[in-house]
Design a protein around this ligand. Structure first.
Ligand code: NAD
Length: 292
């Protein structure tokens, strides 16, 4: 009997070892993810994270050459069926509608929608033109509304639920001097997500928000005027900005696009099956957000 027991144990240990060596099933295998701003820093890292978990992608972006470059790189590595690119201005209602029709045609629907396409602009309120205010509202508040409305329509038609994730900003919660249009538009995204979480619950549609703060590397936003203005308002040289933000964080760490993508993946996957209407700050612990 003892011999038989020893044999059984050895047998099951071998089976266990075989199981450990078997590739784990990918958590998003068979799911379709639609990502706006996927040609940029955070959107690009998000696309890679979701692809890595087996999702197929629709990448939508206004920057056609960066979009083509990204889709070409992805399909080279993951195969032709892994991703399609759609040139899209998220402020163009007809184009947003058409992009979801394209997603339905190409992949049969969407399971995950990441609303991320965005800009940043800084300007003291007295110098802020109506045009600049409107541009922030159009791309951020209205763009996120249009994309999530079409996501709702398609997901409700599919009737299998879904996950919508907004990449908003710490600036949508904490005030920042000299960037009122951007902050107000980002606050609008956050509140829209919470309202949509309430509406989506009955249909199994979860809506959550990831708030990054100061992701300097890989972000095109930080290549332009925004960087100069933030350096001026912090009274430091542009190449010292990353260190300023790092020191301002509780953890004394810089935040990278891949860190934000990890938060998006959490809300896109079944890991967050019981989370909706939530906000995850990916900011290395921003003390300012606590004290204001
Ligand atoms: P990024 O500039 O690298 O990427 C943004 C992408 O959005 C670009 O590829 C751009 O072409 C695209 N885009 C801009 N306007 C568009 C439009 N009208 N229609 C479609 N696509 C459009 O910047 P990022 O840092 O990756 O920013 C992604 C999101 O994260 C934005 O919503 C931004 O506000 C937010 N965010 C960024 C930071 C940061 O520090 N980088 C911090 C907080 C929030």
């Amino acid at each position: 009997l003892a011999e038989q027991e020893a044999f059984n144990i050895e047998y099951w240990l071998l089976e266990e070892a075989k199981l450990q060596r078997m590739p784990k099933p990918k958590s998003l295998a068979g799911r379709i993810a639609y990502v706006t701003g996927g040609a940029g820093g955070i959107g690009g890292a998000t696309a890679e994270r979701l692809l890595g978990e087996g999702a197929c992608l629709i990448i939508a972006d206004i920057d056609e050459s960066a979009l083509n470059e990204r889709v070409t790189a992805i399909t080279k590595r993951h195969g032709r069926d892994a991703a399609i690119g759609v040139k899209l201005d998220v402020t163009d209602e007809a184009a947003v509608v058409a992009s979801f029709e394209e997603a339905a045609r190409a992949f049969g629907g969407v399971d995950i929608v990441v609303s991320n396409a965005g800009i940043a602009s800084a300007s003291p309120v007295e110098d802020t033109s109506l045009g600049l205010w409107q541009r922030n509202m159009d791309i951020l508040a209205t763009g996120y509304f249009l994309v999530s409305r079409e996501a709702f329509r398609l997901m409700q038609r599919q009737n299998i639920g879904g996950a919508i994730i907004f990449v908003a900003s710490k600036n949508g919660l904490a005030a920042s001097a000299g960037a009122s249009a951007y902050c107000a538009a980002k606050a609008s995204e956050i509140h829209l997500a919470r309202c949509l979480a309430l509406e989506g619950a009955a249909h199994g549609i979860r809506v959550n928000t990831v708030n990054p703060d100061a992701v300097l590397r890989g972000s095109k936003i930080w290549e332009g005027e925004w960087r100069q203005q933030r350096a001026a308002s912090n009274k430091v040289a542009e190449d010292q900005l990353e260190e300023v933000y790092r020191q301002r964080s509780m953890l004394k760490l810089s935040v990278f696009p891949e860190d934000v993508a990890e938060g998006v993946y959490f809300f896109a996957s079944d890991l967050s099956a019981k989370s909706t209407g939530n906000i995850l700050n990916v900011d290395a612990g921003n003390a300012q957000a606590f004290t204001r």
